[in-house]
Each structure stands twice: as structure tokens, then as C-alpha cells.
Design a binder for this molecule. Sequence first.
Ligand code: MN
Length: 231
Amino acid sequence: MDYVIEPPVAPAVAVEGGGVFPLRRVFCVGRNYLEHVREMGNDEKAPPFFFMKPADAVVPGTAGAEVPYPPQTSDLHHEIELAVAIGRGGRRISAGDALAHVWGAGAAVDLTRRDLQGAAKAAGRPWDMGKGFDASAPIAPLRRVAQAGSLVQGRIWLAVNGTLRQEGNLAEMIWPVTDIIAFLSQSVALAPGDLILTGTPAGVGPVGPGDRITGGVDGLPELDLRIAPPV
Ligand code: MN
């Protein structure tokens, strides 16, 4: 059979005020706030580790955006996170130089199929199907770094149907943004278009179809989305 292969849609994030930031890769940090490390029963002193989501898992997370409840789970969790967008690449970036590589920042949710992630952990298998599913990274528009608040201090929060579920401060990160960029660029050459989700504070929990998620990070545009029925 003959058919035409359509070119894929280029992944991108909306930018506040118009335009888009083209996405290359999405890196996520595990266990970066002490209280969340404790609520998950993990080692408090471990160095940062990373997992990835596909770039097209990033979807709009504002103005009443709808994110479908994903398949194969009965325990979908919210994790509010500061996301930083890399505008200038580099290898072995020092923590002191790290912020010069950041183009902008946004508030994101690391949606997690906690039951699949738990089963993968128990079996010593990769987290991809627990973390990297379709539409698993809703994000609010990016704000340019010069207009954004401090990326190392400020309130970070998430509410479900108006009830506060997660609240913390960027200053509680075990590894601040600058250290994360330094660590990650030891392992890979960072490039323009890379997005880094920097971990979540305590209070993660389940959401279901019909739930409204609002959230934010001081100095950045707010998230506002609804979990829609499964497709
Ligand atoms: Mn996370």
C-alpha cells in the first residue's frame, strides 16, 4: 500500500506574549525536595538523577487546557515543578555559569502514572511508561529569564479543585537549578531547546477526570488545566 508519511509536528512551548520556544529534549530530576524524598521513603543524601520524557509529551497547561486521563493507570499523580529552558548549550557547565545558559522558565506538572512507576521500581525496570506517556508534561507559557522571578527562591504550589495540595519553596531544593545544570552537563551536551524539570515538593497525590489543577511558581505565569476523560 502506498501512503504519505506526514512530517511530525515540531514540539514547542508557548512563550508569554507570543511566539514559541522549540523543544529538543525534556530532562527531569528525581527526588529534589527533602520532604518529597521523605514522603516517598528514599535516600536523602543521594546525588541528583535524571529521567526523560519525549518532547511531544509537553502540552499547554493554561487557559482551561484539557489533558486526557491516560490509559493503563488508576493512580495518576500531580507533581508541580519549575521548568527551565536552555537557550545556550554547553558541556561541563559550572554552577557559576549555569544561569547564563537559561533562556526562560515555566511552571510545569510532571504527571506520573504512580502505579506503573512503582511496579517498574520494584522490578528494576525503566520508568518510561510511568513518566513519559502522552501529554504527561503540561506547562504554562515560558517567561524570559530576565523577567522571571529568582529561580532559586520563591513559592511553588499546586491546588486540585481549589484545595492546596503541594506547597514549598525553590530554596528547599536539595540541588538548586545551577547545580542541576552543572550535573546534567557532565553527562550530556546540553543544547538550545532542552527543557529541565527540576523536581517536586511534598504533597503529591492522585487526580482524576474532571479535576481542575491550578499551580504556579513565584514570578512565572500560572498553570490552569483540567483532567479530561480518557480518550
Ligand atoms: Mn517529578
